[in-house]
Design a protein around this ligand. Structure first.
Ligand SMILES: Cc1cc2nc3c(=O)[nH]c(=O)nc-3n(C[C@H](O)[C@H](O)[C@H](O)COP(=O)(O)O)c2cc1C
Length: 158
């Protein structure tokens, strides 16, 4: 890895039955678990779900991203984890939050062309998936900002 560069990692997975039922609370649990560790390791990113898949970008120092991803791979709240992209980069595209997450909304159906990228997350060019996630972060920036403040406050005493 070049001096001063970070690793950007994108993966897609399928939510397991145990996690899909209570998806909002699963999301909340994951974000709370993620915040402390990611913040300590300098990892940032974004987690998105269409109700069937998880799709997550992790950015940070090589070893930090590798360590977090190793834990994620072991997690039985999802399966069929497919690494879609792993690249060195000189800058972060998802630098605002230690981790933020959201599930597909009606609004996103119109933002995502045809509302059908979810079915193609395993096949669509990884750059397109990253661009979609970055776009969703921009569209939902204010709500995600509020979510992150809430998660930071909720984990402050842990
Ligand atoms: C979809 C998904 C995304 C996750 N993202 C993160 C993350 O960004 N950072 C993190 O520390 N844990 C994340 N987790 C939780 C980890 O899998 C794991 O439960 C947690 O890091 C504790 O790891 P440990 O049991 O190895 O200590 C995620 C889990 C899932 C299912």
């Amino acid at each position: 890895m070049k001096q001063g560069s970070i690793q950007r990692l994108l993966y897609v997975s399928r939510i397991t039955a145990r996690a899909a039922g209570p998806l909002p609370s699963t999301m909340e649990d994951i974000l709370v678990e993620s915040h402390g560790r990611n913040a300590a390791l300098g990892v940032t990113g974004f987690l998105w779900s269409d109700g069937v898949h998880f799709c997550q970008v992790l950015e940070g120092a090589d070893a930090a991203v590798d360590a977090v991803f190793a834990s994620i791979l072991q997690d039985d709240r999802h399966k069929d984890v497919r690494l879609r992209l792993q690249e060195a980069s000189s800058d972060r595209k998802f630098d605002r939050w230690s981790m933020c997450g959201m599930t597909l909304s009606d609004l996103d159906e119109s933002v995502i062309d045809g509302g059908d990228l979810g079915g193609d997350l395993y096949l669509a060019p990884a750059e397109d998936v990253i661009a979609m996630l970055a776009h969703l972060c921009a569209v939902h920036g204010a709500a995600l900002e509020a979510q992150h403040r809430r998660i930071v406050a909720a984990t402050a005493g842990l």
